[in-house]
Design a protein around this ligand. Structure first.
Ligand code: NOJ
Length: 581
């Protein structure tokens, strides 16, 4: 065991559920800040920008993977869980970063990718080497479909389509067998049925916690228990490979083996595509000791049509409210929500849920943030969203870097789809939208890198950048600062009950939060409509305006009498207000 770095710990031990009043900031290291000019972000870059996060006021960093990796999926294909990839730095630098973050009162949560490894991980190399390897059973090996010749189309053990296009099974000549990969062929799925594999994962997690990290964001963790390796309608792996019968058992075991008995202050959040409210309630019920919270996907699937993610359909506000309202209600008594508009897998929040035109960008980014942060749950800010960064507007397929996008384009076009339509969907939903470099300033490299960035900097960094915003009280950044401070200061934001109002309204997002005698009213016009009147219940007439995203000089005319203001509320485009009584 190496000497552990001296990390500054808070004087007062945190409450068990400290994360209820915390705000998490996600760093996608590749695109955050590059300290050595190779065009790829790194740990040195993050270290040099910690002041930005401290100034913003966030409590936790979720660090996307920085482990050793061949980078087939930008680090979500890990070849060594206990080392840092040289592209990002060294373990010593990681220790420095952790210590520096802790000194600022910021925790660091690691990305834990244990549904799969890289095909270059020693475990897989061993498993693949021979059918008798001691680690053979750590992955999913299967013979060809009966009556078929291995390696020929249709011989795959099931008809599952990988989440990155193409069959989810890869033929391997070495032992004449297929292995399962729900993602790329370079990301073979681990077999969690094997107890030795599980213990190896837990040992690795303990090693990171002993080093001082503050928890884990668990990548597609609901895929670790497979239901049944059988054909599914359309080859969708979800019904057979997600949320398997042993998921609760594995998570409870992980908790026992890794987290139990450690002091409070750790955070666990599980990424769970296609999880339901009912499943989430079980996963996050503190009495069951599985996870603190999960990332659900329903609200980011609302603009997907029957054809899936790339079949982009318009988003209706009433459906968004019905969805998020149901999650608020479902986890009100037991469990906890995580709150997010975007991350490294989603298009930019302001381009998707707001209006990124120059006229409405700032206001729609701040209105969306207001609504999100005032829900009950732990808010997650994806890097750059605190600046209102937008989608990338890529010109051609050559501008994309993401394996998911490139594979989809190739497969869809080969199957006869119109390349223009495919590109259009990629522009709207592609993950690279969120992966363009962080916009620190207006200089040619956006302050991200002195070299050639691995993916093009968004041309709008000249207008949208941190340097311009951090001292501007009307900026998206300043508004995020105020929202974070409000959560820290006002217990009703973290703990209050949630009640949705006007659920059918297609422009207004209105709700109340209440705790003891304290109540907040949040009202936002999530549209570019000019003047939308809000029918506010009479008891709000004397309420105090706590926060708004519109500087007073720019507000539409309101009644002069402050007492009347909340009662006769008219909201301008993308205007959001928080009242307290
Ligand atoms: C979910 C991650 O967030 C995504 O970026 C990755 O491609 C897949 N899991 C596979 O690890």
């Amino acid at each position: 065991m190496p000497d552990l770095p001296a990390t500054a710990q808070a004087d007062v031990p945190p409450a068990r559920d400290w994360w209820k009043s915390a705000v998490v900031y996600q760093i996608y290291p590749r695109s955050f800040a590059d300290s050595d000019g190779d065009g790829v972000g790194d740990l040195g870059g993050i270290l040099s920008r910690l002041d930005h996060l401290q100034r913003l006021g966030v409590d936790v960093i979720w660090l996307s993977p920085v482990y050793r990796s061949p980078m087939d999926d930008n680090g979500y294909d890990i070849s060594d869980y206990q080392d840092i990839d040289p592209l990002f730095g060294t373990l010593a630098q990681f220790d420095d970063l952790l210590a520096a973050a802790h000194e600022r009162g910021i925790r660091i949560v690691m990305d834990l990718v244990v549904n799969h490894t890289s095909d270059e991980h020693a475990w897989f190399l061993d498993s693949r080497a021979s059918a008798d390897s001691p680690r053979r059973d750590w992955y999913w090996w299967r013979p060809p479909r009966p009556g078929h010749v291995g390696g020929q189309p249709g011989a795959e053990p099931t008809n599952w389509v990988s989440l990155f296009s193409g069959p989810a099974w890869q033929w391997d000549e070495t032992t004449g067998a297929y292995y399962l990969h729900l993602f790329s062929p370079k990301q073979p799925d681990l077999n969690w049925e094997n107890p030795e594999l599980r213990e190896a994962v837990y040992a690795m997690m303990r090693w990171w916690l002993d080093r001082g990290v503050d928890g884990f964001r668990m990548d597609v963790i609901n895929m670790i228990s497979k239901r049944e390796l059988v054909d599914t309608p359309g080859g969708d792996p979800a019904p057979a490979a997600f949320n398997g019968p042993r998921l609760h058992e594995f998570l409870a075991e992980m908790h026992r083996e890794v987290f139990a008995g450690r002091p409070p202050g750790l955070l666990t959040v599980g990424e769970m595509p296609s999880s339901t409210v009912e499943q989430a309630r079980l996963h996050t019920d503190p009495a069951r000791t599985e996870l603190d919270m999960i990332f659900q996907f329903e609200h980011v699937d609302l603009d997907s049509g029957p054809g899936g993610k790339w079949d982009v359909v318009p988003l209706r506000l009433s459906r968004l409210k019905a969805c998020l309202g149901r999650w608020q209600e479902g986890l009100a008594e037991v469990g906890w929500n995580s709150l997010y508009w975007g991350n490294h897998d989603q298009p930019r929040a302001v381009s998707r849920f707001g209006d990124d035109s120059p006229h409405h960008r700032v206001r729609s980014a701040t209105a969306l943030a207001t609504v999100l942060h005032l829900h009950r749950g732990t808010p997650y800010i994806y890097q750059g969203d605190e600046l209102g960064m937008t989608n990338a507007h890529f010109a051609t397929i050559d501008d994309f870097r993401d394996i998911e996008a490139l594979n989809h384009y190739r497969t869809a076009v080969a199957a006869g789809a119109d390349p223009v339509a495919v590109l259009d969907a990629l522009r709207r939903k592609g993950r690279d939208n969120a992966r363009t470099p962080m916009q620190w300033d207006a200089s040619p490299g956006a302050g991200f890198s002195s070299g050639d960035p691995w993916i093009e900097v968004n041309a709008n960094h000249v207008e949208i950048n941190a340097a311009d915003q951090v001292d501007d009280p009307d900026s998206v950044f300043a508004h995020h600062q105020r929202l974070i401070a409000l959560r820290h200061e006002e217990p009703v934001v973290a703990h209050g009950d949630f009640t949705m109002l006007l659920p059918e309204h297609e422009q207004l997002y209105v709700f109340t939060r209440s705790l003891g005698g304290r109540e907040l009213l949040v009202a936002a016009n999530l549209s570019s409509e000019q003047r939308v009147p809000v029918d506010v219940p009479a008891e709000w007439a004397r309420a105090e305006l706590v926060l708004t995203n519109v500087p007073s000089a720019a507000r539409p005319s309101q009644p002069d009498d402050a007492d009347e203001a909340a009662a006769a509320l008219v909201l301008g485009p993308w205007e959001a207000r928080i009242y307290r009584r």
